[in-house]
Design a protein around this ligand. Sequence first.
Ligand SMILES: NC(=O)c1ccc[n+]([C@@H]2O[C@H](COP(=O)([O-])OP(=O)(O)OC[C@H]3O[C@@H](n4cnc5c(N)ncnc54)[C@H](OP(=O)(O)O)[C@@H]3O)[C@@H](O)[C@H]2O)c1
Length: 582
Amino acid sequence: MMFCPLCASSEFLCKHYKSCKQTAGLPRRLSLGLEESGKLWETLNTLSLYSNPELSVIGNVNSLDLEDAKTEKRTINCLVETMVTSKKIVLAKKLNGEPKESDFKIIEEELPALKDGEILVEAVWLSVDPYQRIVESRNPDFPVGKLVCSTLGWRTKSVVDVNKPGDARLPKPYLLPDFKGLPASLGVGFLGMPGNTAYFGFLEICKPKPGEVVVVTGAAGAVGSIVGQIAKIKGCKVIGFAGTDDKVKWLLEELGFDAAYNYKTKDIVEALEEAAPEGVDCYFDNVGGSLSIAVTKKMKLFGRISVCGSISSYNSGSLPGGLELDNGMTSGLMASNNWCSGQKRCRGEDNIRMDLKEIRTNEGDWIQPDHGRDRNTAYFGFLEICKPKPGEVVVVTGAAGAVGSIVGQIAKIKGCKVIGFAGTDDKVKWLLEELGFDAAYNYKTKDIVEALEEAAPEGVDCYFDNVGGSLSIAVTKKMKLFGRISVCGSISSYNSGSLPGGSVYESSTLQQYILANQLTIQRFRVGQWNDQWFDGLKQLVQWTKEGKLKYYETVTEGFENTVKAFIGMLRGENMGKAVVKV
Ligand SMILES: NC(=O)c1ccc[n+]([C@@H]2O[C@H](COP(=O)([O-])OP(=O)(O)OC[C@H]3O[C@@H](n4cnc5c(N)ncnc54)[C@H](OP(=O)(O)O)[C@@H]3O)[C@@H](O)[C@H]2O)c1
């Protein structure tokens, strides 16, 4: 509860605070005339009896000043500062597995006085990306009373320096643009970060064409429900997967999806066979896991996969260093490390621009013309997809083979640190002693995780994947942020025949499908389109006003219920965007 410092009435109902009614916040500095100053002093004394922690006088008001002022009948200015406190939600302990309410706690914090350029904002709606109302401002571009969207954590109030570069992955705090009468709460969802995630993440990566088949997982969520509708606007056939029958009904009956399934009760492979017998052109992947494996296997030639998130593995806790991975790992790793992979067809030999004379093959011969295919595979597959930079760490599997041995050497020519894996000690010796690899291991006798820890403790920038399987899982786990993986082959699984559904090894065999269908799989962060942020929002507003896009919000009331809402969202209790009304 806050009080007017003049008359102690609560919540700005008194006559002194007309201006505060507009801002719904307590001003922290006031200039007062003599009469009011006198009252103020009395009021402060009264309030201090009740030990109101919200108030403190930091200016030049004291009884002496007041007495002097009365005698001299002059007006004095006094400075009153109310101490602004904010509540914020922090982790009480490290998360392990599915988050519990007891993992979080609410604490109070005191906020500093505003400096020039800063604004004080008070949360109105919270998400993982809260937006607030400005209650005090020392920045003319951010006037009091306006709504602002920014990423500040779950807190009731914050002091924000709007010019300070924040999280580069998201835009700086911005005033909510004109939503043309649509509710302001959409600023944290449908017309905010999730909206732009859907808009750019789908259109820029999947590049859908009319008539193409699009699959969306997490289809009834904040991002997924928008992706499906945009795909419909673009003339695609849309198939959604969601976790309850009600969500499926909503997708089919309200949002106009062509097919939708409850992935908890329907066999996914069967569903895809039914709805996309010819295969899938675009997959917008919100969840990772076994759903993503099934969809990836069903991709058509030149299919595009936009890896947005991997919610199925967010709560799996710390992953074991070994290779017993859940099926979510492939997408999960892409999600966290932002890698992209794909396979390019080799071009004709005419395109060779590098002098390969120095490059030796496994057999120790100088390359002959009939090695053209291998060297083109190595040349283009490595340089065009991995785009290595001097000093970067490159891992090559199948390193002593025809392609791998060339890739490793090209990486050395490009000034990289090169680590190779091969299957005999002789090959390892050759890689180290003849080809100048910086490190090489026999993957049959050396623990792969240990080898990577030893040779690439900081992580791997580029991975040229010739083999797939457990080796590839281990290397993928070790990739650095913005790492690049060129999926060239998956020899480890060529002879495995049909694999058991849901096997822990399945994610490692996706390379086969990526390779065979020349898929483009790309991870993104919505912040990469920060410079076009408002173009995205403008288009979304327009489509909504034209009745082409529908939205739904699952609203939780009360700041103290934020964690509950968060856990509920992870468990699938939300439809559309989960928001908290503070
Ligand atoms: N790349 C980016 O820049 C970016 C930006 C925003 C969001 N994201 C990611 O995009 C995804 C969707 O985010 P959102 O905000 O739109 O969330 P959301 O879909 O509104 O909410 C999460 C939903 O995920 C589903 N889910 C939970 N566990 C699952 C599992 N094991 N398998 C399948 N589905 C599961 C639940 O719905 P069901 O009932 O259907 O299970 C739940 O409602 C998340 O992975 C998020 O991290 C990425």
